[in-house]
Design a protein around this ligand. Structure first.
Ligand code: NI
Ligand code: MN
Length: 224
């Protein structure tokens, strides 16, 4: 069992009861943020790329809590402008074993927000579940390989369009990934990414076997 807590935009926490894994904690300046950065308790922080709406408060949270940042070397260098942090530098296609399970860094088709870098996604094995977090990305056909490599229980996908794939492409992604559950993120934070999430849910549940779980900022769900 894993508790999923949504903090707004693309920020969320996975908690297996022993370890807490935070993702893309953009809280300060996030109009949908449901928690203050100083209230976040976590052991690891996944950062998909260095855009402000993803790297966000990760450096200060890691600095203040001792949580380890998991990201690419270029993003870690950016994060460490605050001071030395505990870090796990990775790159695309690599996996690491951590006390709660395995983390695999996957491709994403997006800019990095830092010179020479690359955006990424993650497959996180925690609490017996494989949870794919796409980060910011366009639809790309190699998503099929992600679903083939790890049998996915959950896919956390951006649906806001403009900066990432929109609802139609995210529904196609859901079909290719084959996850049992899809959790939409990266929408309704600002007018430019305003989307009708119920339309996305209806479309995705029509074209895939997946169940779409809509979580409001500040909401939680238990996944198993
Ligand atoms: Ni971005
Ligand atoms: Mn973004």
């Amino acid at each position: 069992m894993v508790k999923f807590s949504y903090y707004g935009h693309s920020a969320f926490l996975l908690d297996d009861g022993n370890y807490r894994v935070l993702a893309d904690p953009f809280l300060t300046g996030n109009p949908k943020a449901s928690i203050k950065p100083e209230k976040v308790k976590c052991d690891y922080v996944l950062v998909t790329h260095a855009h402000g709406d993803h790297l966000g408060n990760a450096p200060e949270i890691a600095y203040n809590t001792g949580a380890a940042i998991i990201s690419t070397p270029e993003v870690i260098a950016e994060a460490e402008s605050i001071g030395r942090l505990e870090c796990f530098p990775m790159n695309l296609g690599g996996s690491i074993n951590l006390p709660f399970g395995r983390v695999r860094m996957t491709l994403a088709q997006h800019s990095a927000g830092v010179p020479g870098g690359t955006a990424c996604g993650f497959v996180v094995n925690i609490g017996g579940l494989n949870i794919y977090y796409a980060g910011d990305t366009a639809l790309f056909s190699d998503m099929q390989l992600i679903g083939r490599r790890d049998k996915l229980d959950v896919a956390v996908l951006p649906i806001g369009d403009n900066y990432t794939m929109g609802p139609e492409d995210a529904a196609q992604a859901a079909e290719w990934l084959g996850a049992r559950y899809v959790i939409p993120v990266h929408y309704n934070t600002w007018p430019v990414i305003a989307k009708d999430v119920q339309e996305f849910k209806a479309l995705t549940e029509k074209v895939t076997q997946a169940k779409v779980l809509v979580v409001e900022p500040g909401g939680e769900l238990e996944l198993d």
